[in-house]
Write a protein that binds this ligand. Structure first.
Ligand SMILES: Nc1ncnc2c1ncn2[C@@H]1O[C@H](COP(=O)(O)OP(=O)(O)OP(=O)(O)O)[C@@H](O)[C@H]1O
Ligand SMILES: O=c1[nH]c(=O)c2[nH+]cn([C@@H]3O[C@H](COP(=O)(O)O)[C@@H](O)[C@H]3O)c2[nH]1
Ligand SMILES: NC(=O)CC[C@H](N)C(=O)O
Ligand SMILES: [Mg+2]
Length: 533
């Protein structure tokens, strides 16, 4: 299990590939690709201190791309002590784009602006005279292959001890190698899907050249976690956990229950902003299907009382966030002698706070992980801290969590409070609950629920005129939002078949009193966000 050190660095006891992030938009993708090879890796800031890396069992290093130019004053560079460590431990290094330019910069090559910027597909071929030098990295790739480029700077001469191994029509230096030092550089991005053989190339580096173990597999992780929790909590210790019925907290709860049985107390808070029948269904599923000791705290009136008259999205979130924690602490006191709190933090949450770019601007307050109040004395248990969302899903399946829970779309903690725009009241929330239930039912009926990353209805604080059965109506507008996404950081609107859209619209207008118009949201993220508030 990862632990956060005093200097903010992580410590893990697994052999790993360290990815140093120079701020590329693809850095997370490098991590994803390496994980898909069943190899454990972690993302670090490119400015990582040597002692942070030294605490981990690093078997190889990947330098990511980045927006800067190595020759500019103030551009980021790997710590000299880290380079020293790499050389002393003879760690293999793969530099990608800026990463290759960094290798060139450090080892005496020349990097300068190219005549043409190069974005998009490029055909890469081997440099036959240096075949032996590139053998370990690209020896098994065909004579020509397609890779994705995204750069403006270029290598004008190779660094000392390196030779060119790959070229494109635009550059003699598309790939460089120093096989003695096991150091390689690539001008292109093997991590993106537009580089079809990129995964083979990465496998050659991490598995063959670095010798990283390919044992990152979800069942082993589960066993390891269960052992660690038993040790940490001891034979008597109790743990409480906030469990929403979403995939993250469900998988985390199953792990805790396996580790300590009924000494794990799961709590579902009904904040009045859950979906139709949700509290009843989650309790039923958790207790009866998964055997988890879960209690529902009905706090709908308390939340709605505090939210009355509030319309500003961030204010709504803050009220809900703090009230969740208040309830949690009250429940911990009732149970008594609870030392630990289970959280469903995922790896992307951790990455956000360590990336080179630093924590991004706060768009929505949920992005602030670790915003727990100082008055909270519970110690954290975060079993999913090393995992990406799809790894959590794989783990859920391996642990026998039913498909329904595993594939559920994410549902935000503040729930319908941020989908009922403007002022909240029970009448509007009930309207939204009905519309949302119809939407989800129709997506399931059409067999397209799993094609969509997230789907929901939004109740707009807008009225429009309609005509129903010869009467004038003046009622609310409901927006439907369906997006396709893998990481929820970017998203495209889902191109929903017209017949399904038609059925959803008809049913909502006919069946939900108070709504007389349905519109479909066709905004991507960015510039929109997934939620409306
Ligand atoms: N109604 C709730 N009752 C108790 N805990 C909750 C509730 N809603 C959210 N939480 C807590 O907040 C955490 C973050 O919520 P989040 O929605 O990101 O995760 P999730 O609900 O587990 O999964 P998903 O992202 O798939 O919805 C949850 O893991 C859970 O611990
Ligand atoms: O637990 C949460 N608390 C929140 O306050 C919150 N706001 C957004 N989300 C979820 O985050 C993902 C990205 O959403 P946005 O594009 O709207 O930022 C989407 O999956 C959103 O549903 C939240 N989750
Ligand atoms: N994608 C990158 O890493 C770009 C690196 C550098 N800024 C260039 O334009 O060449
Ligand atoms: Mg949720």
């Amino acid at each position: 299990m990862d632990q956060q050190g005093a200097d903010g660095g992580l410590t893990s006891n697994r052999e790993q590939i360290a990815i140093l992030d120079f701020g590329s938009q693809y850095s997370h993708l490098i991590a994803r690709r390496v994980r898909e090879l069943n190899v454990f890796c972690e993302l670090y800031s490119c400015l990582v201190e040597p002692q942070v890396l030294a605490r981990n069992k690093v078997v190889g290093v990947i330098l990511s791309g980045g927006p800067h130019s190595v020759y500019e004053a103030g551009s980021p560079h790997v710590h000299a002590e880290v380079w020293k460590m790499i050389e002393e431990k003879k760690l293999p290094v793969l530099g990608i784009c800026y990463g290759m330019q960094e290798i060139a910069h450090v080892f005496g090559g020349k990097v300068a602006p190219g005549l043409e910027r190069e974005y998009g597909k490029a055909i890469v071929s081997h440099i036959d005279a240096n075949k032996a030098a590139g053998e370990a990295l690209v020896g098994d790739l065909p004579a020509e292959f397609q890779m994705w480029m995204s750069h403006g700077d270029k290598l004008h001469s190779v660094p000392t001890g390196f030779v060119d191994i790959l070229r494109t029509s635009n550059s003699q230096h598309a790939g460089i190698a120093n096989p003695e030092k096991k150091m390689y550089g690539l001008q292109f991005h093997p991590e993106v899907t537009h580089s079809p053989l990129g995964k083979d190339l990465l496998r050659n580096f991490v598995v063959n050249i670095c010798g990283a173990p390919t044992n990152w597999n979800m069942l082993d992780i589960a066993d390891e976690f269960v052992r660690e929790v038993r040790e940490r909590v001891g034979p008597e210790g109790k743990v409480i956990g906030a469990v929403s019925g979403g995939v993250d907290s469900t998988v985390a709860a199953v792990l805790l229950k396996t580790a300590i049985g009924d000494r794990f107390h799961a709590i579902l808070v009904d904040n009045g902003c859950l979906r139709k029948n949700e509290a009843v269904e989650v309790v039923d599923r958790m207790r009866n299907k998964l055997g988890i000791n879960l209690r529902c705290v009905d706090a709908a009136d308390r939340f709605l009382g505090l939210l009355a008259g509030k319309t500003e999205p961030e204010e709504k979130r803050k009220i809900i966030g703090t009230t969740f924690i208040d309830i949690f602490q009250e429940e911990a006191l009732k149970i008594g002698a609870v030392d630990y709190l289970l959280q469903g933090t995922l790896y992307p949450d951790v990455i956000e706070s360590i990336s080179y770019k630093g924590p991004s601007a706060v768009i929505k307050s949920h992005h602030n992980v670790g915003g727990l109040p100082a008055t909270m004395h519970l110690k954290l248990i975060e079993p999913l801290r090393e995992l990406f969302k799809d790894e959590v899903r794989t783990l859920g399946i391996a642990l026998g969590v039913e498909e329904f829970s595993v594939w559920r779309h994410p549902f935000p903690g503040p729930g319908l409070a941020i989908r009922c725009l403007g002022e909240l009241n029970m009448e509007n929330l009930d309207m939204l609950r009905e519309a949302d239930a119809i939407l989800i039912e129709e997506l399931n009926r059409a067999g397209i629920y799993r094609e969509i990353g997230q789907a929901f209805a939004v109740l707009l604080p807008v009225k429009s005129v309609g005509v129903m059965g010869d009467f004038r109506t003046y009622e609310k507008v409901c927006a439907i939002r369906c997006v396709q996404t893998t990481d929820y950081m970017t998203a495209d609107w889902y191109h929903m078949p017209y017949e399904v859209l038609g059925r959803i619209s008809n049913r909502i207008i006919n069946e939900v009193r108070g709504i007389n118009r349905v519109v479909y949201d066709i905004s991507s993220k960015p510039p929109a966000t997934i939620e409306w508030e």
